[in-house]
Design a protein around this ligand. Structure first.
Ligand code: FPP
Ligand code: MG
Ligand code: MG
Length: 349
């Protein structure tokens, strides 16, 4: 059975744990008696038949698969402990998705994006003020849920994520002011804006497993963190590559958004290594000069910038795989974590 790739498909294997996360958030966790706030906060959590709005739910999938993979180790003879752990890990997955969605409400205002997950962005549907407040409200509800997990280490992890999200966004605004950063600065920013949430939610899943008497060692907690971190870095690199390759229709959001916003991402930095003389001035101008966008696209094409970005993403996916393979016993869940790392690199949306 473990050789059947459909059985170890992360999205299939996590389905029983993840399929109603969106409904639980929308129905139980963020309801309020104020009609406008209610519909804004639940905007991405109402299950429409066409599946629009939910997104890929990669973070809940990771949290639940890791939780199950760690559970394979030593506690299968104690089902009640497992059930307590799983319940809290599922709540963690919901909290993770709420924090992520809150950050997207704010992000789409900052980026002035029209669409998200195949729908109008929240601020297009409700206006900037309501979108910001709905994001704050989601964050507040996520914080209450977090406190109710009664695990201060997990509270610290997830609060750190919120700090990092803000820091990543500020770094990005600063880069877009000056038009340049270096690739190290770019990777640091990517950690804050994307990898931190994945790293700390995975670590928190492990901490909750340990907190409920599971056989979770500090080595496994560290491996969970590294898995999430490297998946996150890989995920953001692919996101930045797709911005050059995808179309608005395939992505569910506008393409070439980064260049148009004046932002240099990995493909640009790779191209600047060999085409710096032409490219760096355009980067400094934030691609606002006549023909700058075409110049950047030509340099990236010539230098294989998108391919090199995907290669770096593949290296990080390997590091993620390495972390779980070394620390966790073999199981279908562990296999599916490996599959997920591969899927991140080959995804097209
Ligand atoms: C998407 O990046 C944005 C993020 C991953 C984080 C945004 C964080 C904030 C706005 C800080 C406020 C945080 C909270 C928790 C309320 P992107 O714009 O590169 O990706 P996109 O193409 O999906 O828009
Ligand atoms: Mg954005
Ligand atoms: Mg943004």
């Amino acid at each position: 059975a473990p050789l059947d790739s459909s059985i170890n498909d992360p999205f299939v294997l996590s389905r029983p744990d993840v399929h109603d996360i969106s409904a639980t958030i929308g129905n139980d966790l963020v309801g309020t008696d104020h009609p406008v706030l209610n519909s804004a906060a639940r905007y991405f959590f109402t299950n429409e038949d066409d599946g629009k709005g939910k997104g890929k739910q990669v973070r809940p999938v990771m949290v639940m698969l890791l939780s199950r993979a760690m559970m394979q180790m030593g506690t299968s003879d104690m089902p009640h402990l497992n059930n307590h752990a799983l319940k809290s890990q599922r709540r963690l997955a919901e909290i993770t998705e709420m924090i992520h969605t809150a950050s997207l409400f704010h992000d789409d205002v900052i980026d002035n994006a029209d669409t998200r997950r195949g729908k109008p962005a929240a601020h297009k549907a409700f206006g900037n003020k309501m979108a910001i407040l709905a994001g704050d409200y989601l964050l507040a509800r996520a914080s209450i849920c977090l406190a109710r997990l009664r695990n201060v280490d997990v509270v610290e992890c997830m609060s750190t994520v919120i700090e990092h999200l803000v820091r990543g966004e500020v770094l990005q605004i600063k880069d877009s002011r000056t038009g340049v950063a270096d690739i190290e600065g770019y990777l640091r920013k990517n950690f804050y804006k994307t990898a931190s949430l994945m790293a700390y939610s995975c670590k928190s899943a492990a901490l909750l497993g340990a907190g409920h008497g599971g056989n979770v060692t500090s080595e496994m907690v560290e491996a969970a963190y590294r898995y999430g971190k490297h998946i996150g870095v890989s995920f953001q690199l692919i996101d930045d590559a797709l911005d050059f390759e995808g179309s608005a229709i395939s992505l569910g959001k506008p393409a070439l958004a980064d260049l148009n916003a004046g932002l240099s991402t990995a493909p640009v930095f790779f191209a600047a290594e060999t085409h710096g003389d032409e490219l760096i001035p355009a980067m400094v101008r934030k691609f606002k000069g006549e023909g700058d966008i075409d110049l950047a696209l030509n340099c990236i094409q010539d230098a294989g910038g998108v391919i090199r970005t995907k290669e770096l993403a593949a290296i990080h996916a390997e590091l993620a795989i390495d972390a779980v393979v070394k620390a966790l016993e073999p199981s279908p869940y562990r296999d599916s974590l490996v599959h997920l790392a591969c899927r991140v690199v080959v995804r097209s949306r």
